[in-house]
Design a protein around this ligand. Sequence first.
Ligand code: AMP
Ligand code: MG
Length: 435
Amino acid sequence: MVSFEEARHLVEQHAGSVCPGAVETVDLLAALGRVLAEGIVADRDFPPFARATRDGYAVRAADLAEVPARLEVVGEVKAGDWPAPGVCSVGRGQAVGIMTGAPLPAGADAVVMVEHTSLADQPAGSPAGQSVEVRRSVGADENFVPRGAEARAGQLLVDRGRRLDHVGIAIAASVGKSRVQVFRKPRVAVLSTGDEVVEIDATPGPAQIRNSNSYSLAAQVQNAGGEAVRLAIAPDERGRLRALIEEGLDCDLLLLTGGVSMGKYDLVEQVLGELKAEFYFTGAEIQPGRPVVFGSCGADTPVRVLAANPPSARTGVSAPHKKYFFGLPGNPVSTMVTFELFARPMIEALSGMTPQRLIFLRGRLKSEIRTKTGLKRFLPAVLSGEFENAEVELARWQGSGDIATLARANCYVVIPPERERIEAGEWVSLLMRSC
Ligand code: AMP
Ligand code: MG
């Protein structure tokens, strides 16, 4: 039995040693949620020209040392116009009408906002030929972004190993990448065990339950960037369980649920032992999820290279020699929590993602919590309130089999093992539920 932090660090250490799969090229929007196998580099300076950030007039700041001042309007630049020097530039005592997003003409060193100016008339077309009265001074360099101030041509904007979100998509789009290289998604086998568990379209007998874990896990796997491979339900019987575990070990990672507690028919560890598994931990001081198991199989087995991925096609990839597995407890909430805490970082690593630390948020506790010491607890809770006034309260649950309560919760309160009582009003750590 290890502490939560030890267990997490063990997983992170092993995750640091795995190799991502082959590289594939996909359309930009298909890359949402995928992990970049190439860095995204600026194809030119950002911004590519000194870009006005206000509507107004491009001016020389020195001309506005004393205000009000009257300047001669000698032209106008809209977004998309190019003010060729010599054709459109700002001399002493002059101004050029300018719009947000337009290039600053030569000679100007500031933009004065239109709100601080008045034209003699308000013409529909260009104001050129008129004079503008400016009521406020501006500092040099105000209200525009110099060329290259955000990034220089050739600069790395998004690292390889980053999972693409809408920001990464925007950056790829802005450098003209309509297709990007991403890592293949790792295939993650999901194996539910238990004689009482039946497929979800079956009518359960009086003592049977439907297999919700394979589905929650498949959803979490997808959400973490993997491709879930749902296997048949394994009965609590050695032979069939072993065959299904072996099938699962063909994938990049195997997730088992159920059968890891102390019961007479909890056979998962024994069968993995028969398969010469190495265990890194068998139990963590947490609730829910104490019986969670982490290990690997096949360190010494010969390398098996998938026919679809011959070595020549596997850019920077070494063939897998070791298959990791997690034995997650069967109680549905335990399965979900232990996935988030331990399996997710391994899936992220297998998908080529740069390791992420687990960060808890903070919220103010609405009502007192009393519990027992000894385990780090992740208890379903409801985070409510608005804006800066987040408040959190434990959901009243029936233990780690209670998914009905979990459906009404949106986070977990994290209670350190040494705390017996937490007062209302205290700040507590929160693990947000990812969707
Ligand atoms: P176990 O970890 O095998 O002792 O199972 C703990 C509890 O989780 C038992 O009440 C099981 O019936 C339940 N359980 C196990 N596997 C599943 C599953 N695939 N879907 C839903 N509940 C499960
Ligand atoms: Mg069981």
